[in-house]
Design a protein around this ligand. Structure first.
Ligand code: PA5
Length: 490
């Protein structure tokens, strides 16, 4: 089995000059610190209690029980054969990984052509936005009798997903009647949240309704594709075990202490140097593969929510050596690279102009595919394009983009995938997850929480008068209204 490779030549000064490039000496100087970050993370993942407490249980997902995986795969097959449509409701980590898998691993136009679905169900996503148009269009055009809905929400409380769920529930009830719950599957926390409560209540009434899959403790949303996303993989007919095996291969590689054998550690170390020493605060992730656009979107969430943090981490260790992570309110960092997704070759006619001539504050990370699933040869004779393959041109364009960036002294690097298969896609996701965790260590922040997302949620909850909102939050919202001067609105 081949491996994903990480080519970081164009990050160094010999490619992009001293002002913008990393010198080998910078890397050498950081090695002690990087080694400590690696050791710390490995130590944390060795203890199940710590993993669950700090949100590191995702590191174990490649090694799930094969019998359970088989059962999920079978359930997916059964659903795909029984229903015409499956709607997945979820947002953030309960959506982006699924969408990434769907676009990367299924044929393009999967929903449009039944031959591509091998007669399986069409798969739709909703509940990832409060825009009424999408859900309206979906429910207006789908037949409720032939539709199964899978609701994914770890907390079971997220407004977007909950609102969509309530609408779909009413839609199903209206046509199906009392047994409508048999067309719902819920994927949520095993104990808490209103979706779990609803599931329990409905199951007491009818055992066959609201079938459910518990999410694992200690796996945060954006690290949960190999948990929350499994049923989706199965319904889509993707071999789950292959995805997990790929993640496992990458996990093994990234357990290496030697940075020259550990691509995720190298990625994290170099990006941290570029961020801290060369002021490269924009991360452009640019797959040269249309099917990986949603994977780039998934990485945006991973990077932004994990590393975009106000406070440094304060570690408290109890008598048993178990760590507790707090926000160090005395150390305001406002740290984290800003991620942007672009796709080759389409965005060469768009953001690339800014990448080349705009502010030199970016690092472009390419994802390059060695072998595409299909090839198209261009017909004709009297043209430079005649006889060329699309994938040959794609890789030429990727190489040309690297070259153009290097000419303008713009650091860049490439993750090279042998092909976009379930195995390598699983490896790719795990690479990004572990690299993000390493980066969190190097920045000394908690990469597994997202306190910044609470602000907008609290505001909505206050305005909607959600019961149980703490007085301090109510006061914060009510005492700081948005100021809207009419003269500043034209
Ligand atoms: O990474 C995270 O934890 C978040 O992005 C969540 O996935 C997102 O907010 C959705 O949450 P939930 O699954 O609880 O509805």
């Amino acid at each position: 089995m081949q491996k994903i490779k990480f080519d970081f030549n164009n990050i160094f000064d010999f490619s992009v000059g001293k002002e913008h490039g990393v010198q080998e000496q910078d890397l050498t100087e950081s090695l002690n610190f990087v080694k400590k970050a690696h050791e710390h993370l490995v130590k944390l993942t060795e203890n199940a209690r710590v993993r669950i407490k700090l949100g590191l249980e995702w590191t174990q997902l490649p090694y799930q029980n094969k019998t359970i995986i088989k059962e999920i795969q079978n359930l997916g097959n059964e659903i795909a054969g029984k229903y015409k449509n499956v709607i997945f409701l979820g947002i953030g980590g309960s959506y982006l990984g699924l969408k990434a898998a769907q676009d990367a691993l299924l044929e393009p136009y999967y929903n449009e052509f039944s031959i591509l679905r091998k007669k399986g169900a069409k798969i739709y996503f909703c509940g990832n936005n409060l825009d009424p148009n999408t859900l309206h269009a979906l429910l207006k055009n789908l037949n409720p009798k032939k539709t199964l809905t899978v609701v994914i929400s770890k907390s079971g409380e997220t407004t977007e997903t909950k609102a969509a769920f309530m609408v779909v529930e009413a839609w199903l009830k209206k046509t199906i009647g009392i047994k409508y719950g048999r067309q719902f599957i819920t994927i949520t926390d095993p104990e808490s949240g209103s979706l779990r409560e609803k599931t329990k209540k409905e199951q007491e009434k009818d055992k066959l309704s609201f079938r459910n899959m518990p999410l694992l403790k200690g796996v945060g949303g954006r690290f949960s594709e190999f948990n929350a996303g499994l049923l989706h993989l199965a319904i889509a007919g993707i071999n789950i075990q292959e995805v997990l095996d790929g993640a496992g291969q990458m996990a093994k590689q990234c357990s290496e202490v030697d940075i020259f054998k550990n691509p995720a550690l190298m990625y994290a170390a170099l990006h941290t140097i570029l961020y801290q020493k060369k002021r490269k605060n924009i991360a452009v992730i640019m797959p040269f593969c249309e099917a990986l656009k949603s994977t780039a979107d998934w990485y945006i969430q991973l990077l932004a929510e994990s590393l975009g943090k106000k406070y440094a981490r304060k570690i408290e260790t109890d008598d048993n050596g178990i760590e507790n992570w707090l926000q160090d309110k005395n150390r305001i960092l406002n740290t984290g690279r800003t991620p942007i997704a672009a796709v080759g070759t389409g965005d060469l006619h768009s953001i690339q102009q800014n990448n080349i001539e705009g502010e030199n504050n970016k690092v472009v990370t390419f994802i390059k595919i060695e072998k595409f699933k299909k090839e198209i040869k261009i017909p004709g004779k009297n043209d430079i394009l005649a006889g060329k393959g699309f994938s040959e041109l794609m890789n030429l364009a990727q190489e040309a983009t690297e070259w153009a960036l290097v000419q303008e002294k713009r650091p860049n690097c490439a993750i090279i995938m042998p092909e976009v298969s379930p195995f390598y896609w699983g490896a790719l996701l795990f690479f990004f997850e572990i690299a993000t965790a390493f980066e969190g260590e190097l920045l000394d922040i908690n990469a597994f929480d997202q306190p910044g997302v609470e602000g907008y949620k609290n505001y909505i909850y206050c305005k909607l008068k959600k019961p149980g909102i703490p007085e301090s939050i109510l006061q914060e919202v009510n005492n700081h209204p948005l100021v809207k001067e009419p003269k500043f609105i034209l």
